[in-house]
Design a protein around this ligand. Structure first.
Ligand code: CA
Length: 248
């Protein structure tokens, strides 16, 4: 029996469950599956999986409404899987506590990479209390709130530090613009996406070699932002680089 992390697949498509189970088990993961929302909650409550892969299209109701119910029962990463016509649901799911998303059809290697990132973020940032996040030559100390490049400190404003720290605490995951506004500026500012754009522009100019083609501070169009560390599956270049590189 595999001793790896326990992955819960919430999916009503049996063929999909079979394919995913085979792939995950080959990687050393243990797999649970649930084909309904109710069963999923039960599994989360009783088996405490290390990661939940949640299909938003379930027969017994709205997958999005499951996200807060799962989140209420676990701190494990939740990756939502949606069809292309569920864009709005994806944002709702991220705002409700999901950590990442994939759009169907997705490639199995990308899914496995995302799962590895999710499990790793839980193991290290979650359980060992890691307080620094590294990307490229940069190191952000989340306690002292200092950013250094090699030995050289990078000066940042209070707001810039808060914004970068929020992204770093969710390294390699999408953080929605709304969540960033709430976290950095407060809940009263959630309808002011321009704030995020302005500060992201400033951060890119301090951090990126070429701010118009960012390597680390990525915009996920229509969703939010992602701090890419070298560990990210995106680092391999899958042709989905940010399309808005010049927008900020
Ligand atoms: Ca489905």
């Amino acid at each position: 029996m595999n001793a790896g992390p326990v992955i819960l697949i919430v999916e009503d498509d049996k063929a999909m469950i079979r394919v995913l189970t085979t792939s995950l088990e080959a990687e050393g993961d243990r797999v649970l599956d649930a084909s309904t929302g109710q069963h999923a909650i039960e599994e989360v409550r009783t088996r405490n999986p290390d990661l939940v892969l949640l299909d938003l299209g379930l027969p017994d109701g709205d997958g999005v409404s499951l996200v807060p119910q799962i989140r209420a029962n676990t701190t494990s990463p939740i990756i939502v899987v949606s069809a292309r016509d569920q864009e709005a649901d994806k944002v709702k799911a991220l705002d409700a506590g999901a950590n990442d998303y994939l759009t169907k059809p997705f490639s199995i290697p990308e899914l496995l990479a995302r799962i590895r990132v999710g499990v790793r973020s839980r193991t290290h940032v979650g359980n060992t209390g890691q307080t620094a996040v590294c990307f490229g030559d940069y190191r952000l100390d989340l306690e002292s709130r200092r950013l250094t490049k090699g030995k050289r400190p990078i000066r940042m404003s209070h707001t810039e530090v808060k914004l970068l720290s929020t992204l770093a605490r969710h390294a390699d995951e999408v953080v929605t613009t709304k969540a960033l506004l709430k976290e950095v500026w407060g809940s009263a500012y959630q309808t002011h996406p321009g704030y995020v754009r302005v500060y992201m522009h400033a951060l890119r100019h301090k951090i990126e070699a070429d701010p118009t083609r960012p390597k680390y501070l990525l915009h996920e169009v229509g969703l939010g932002y992602r701090l890419r560390t070298s560990a990210s599956p995106r680092a391999s270049g899958d042709g989905r680089r940010p399309r808005d590189a010049n927008a900020a």
